[in-house]
Design a protein around this ligand. Structure first.
Ligand SMILES: Cc1cc2nc3c(=O)[nH]c(=O)nc-3n(C[C@H](O)[C@H](O)[C@H](O)COP(=O)(O)OP(=O)(O)OC[C@H]3O[C@@H](n4cnc5c(N)ncnc54)[C@H](O)[C@@H]3O)c2cc1C
Length: 380
């Protein structure tokens, strides 16, 4: 496989780096403390086209592939991981499910406003009693002739308070298990939708996370995305894109932590010399850099398979499993290299350490990734 990015992909990555360094990194701690992303930055990002990375140009997007998006996402997550997950959920999950499975009518209706950032997407799978076991979800969608009626509660919804469009998975046939789940595109201002309070989190605190309750929400028939009963398979297919996104989020956080640690080790003096002169620190830096590179390569392998239209479930899960674990290790070592200062909020590694943790939890826990990988291995 050729892991070189094209000139166009490199240019996009460079633009994203500039945006992240100038607009995100300097204020990331402020966003963390205020637990919000400022509206003007979201608008700015919309003007740059970042809400339409994967959306075809005919629907107002940039029409780029997964590899190109991932190059940019790494940079954005290095600047602010909470900002990065907002973009990843919107592009890799919400726009992508409409891109891949939606009717032409649905694409016309939603993608242009989503690609411009006017309508942000939220992906609603998880419920209070249905996490890893997605097939056990109980939100109900009843066919009422000219519309569907949705009832249920979705929990842990990223972007919930910002979203104009909700991608909701619900049971259309409760007796049919995973074959009874369908996917709906729901306007967030529909009657019967109530948002919960923003959740207080350990990391990525600026990311908006809430419960959403749906009571007798009327959804037009044409807002069914894909075929009836295909929702479970669609959710898993699209989650592969999301998992590649989370792997690059982990790479971005880890790289930023590594860069801080490298710099600090060249400045901090103990025993009359810079601490980078001690082999114990040098070996930490060597391991950190090696693990980051390995995670990035696994991520690009999955992204390239996806761009080539080849199956990539296993490779996406491997990339996420490895990168999220790597990010814990790298951020932990970055704190260690900073000594006591690494535990103080004034130093960015404290935030990276907190932000990295979630990459092992969402879009499938590490255990869920191992289930996907081992099932695939045993099938062969
Ligand atoms: C910050 C954040 C943002 C999120 N954003 C979204 C979102 O936008 N949309 C959305 O739908 N969801 C979202 N989620 C939910 C997330 O995807 C779930 O938390 C995750 O899938 C795990 O589900 P759970 O929390 O119910 O854990 P559970 O499924 O209850 O798992 C608990 C533990 O048991 C393990 N486990 C479960 N089943 C097995 C098994 N068969 N074998 C071995 N171990 C097992 C799990 O790995 C875990 O360690 C978000 C979560 C967080 C924390």
């Amino acid at each position: 496989m050729d892991f070189h990015l094209s000139e166009e992909q490199l240019e996009l990555k460079e633009m994203a780096r500039e945006f992240a360094e100038k607009r995100l990194y300097p204020r990331a701690m402020e966003f963390d403390e205020e637990e919000a992303i400022p509206a003007e930055l979201i608008q700015e990002c919309g003007e740059l086209g970042y809400f339409g990375f994967l959306t075809p140009e005919e629907y107002g997007g940039l029409g780029l592939g997964c590899s190109a998006f991932m190059g940019a996402l790494e940079e954005i997550c290095a600047g602010c991981a909470a900002f990065g997950i907002m973009l990843s959920v919107h592009n890799s999950l919400c726009c992508e499910i409409i891109n891949v499975f939606g009717s032409d009518e649905l694409k016309q209706k939603y993608l242009p406003a989503m690609a411009s950032g006017e309508k942000i997407g939220a992906y609603c799978v998880t419920e209070p009693d249905a996490g890893t076991d997605v097939a056990s979800l109980s939100t109900r969608a009843e066919d009422k002739g000219d519309h569907y009626l949705l009832n249920g509660t979705k929990t842990f919804v990223t972007n919930a308070g910002l979203a104009g469009v909700l991608i909701v998975f619900a049971k259309t046939d409760p007796e049919a298990g995973r074959d009874g789940i369908s996917c709906f595109v729901v306007d967030s201002d529909s009657e019967g939708i109530t948002l919960g309070q923003q959740e207080k989190k350990c990391g990525i605190k600026a990311s908006d996370l809430r419960e959403i309750s749906l009571v007798d929400v009327k959804v037009p028939k044409e807002n069914l995305c894909g075929k009836i009963g295909e929702g479970f398979r669609m959710a898993l297919t699209i989650l592969s894109s999301g998992r590649i996104g989370v792997s690059f989020q982990a790479v971005g956080i880890a790289r930023a932590a590594f860069e801080e640690a490298l710099k600090y080790s060249q400045e901090r003096k103990q025993f009359g010399q810079e601490i980078c002169n001690f082999q114990a620190i040098q070996f930490k830096l060597a391991d950190m850099a090696t693990q980051i590179d390995a995670a990035r390569l696994l991520g690009y392998r999955a992204a390239q398979l996806k761009d080539a239209g080849e199956p990539c479930h296993r490779q996406a899960s491997m990339a996420k499993l490895f990168a999220s674990n790597m990010a814990q290790m790298v951020c932990n070592e970055a704190v260690q290299i900073h000594g006591g200062y690494g535990y103080i909020k004034e130093y960015a590694v404290e935030r990276y350490f907190r932000d990295a943790r979630v990459t092992e939890l969402y879009e499938g826990t590490s255990e869920a990734q191992r289930m996907v990988i081992s099932r695939d291995l045993l099938k062969e």
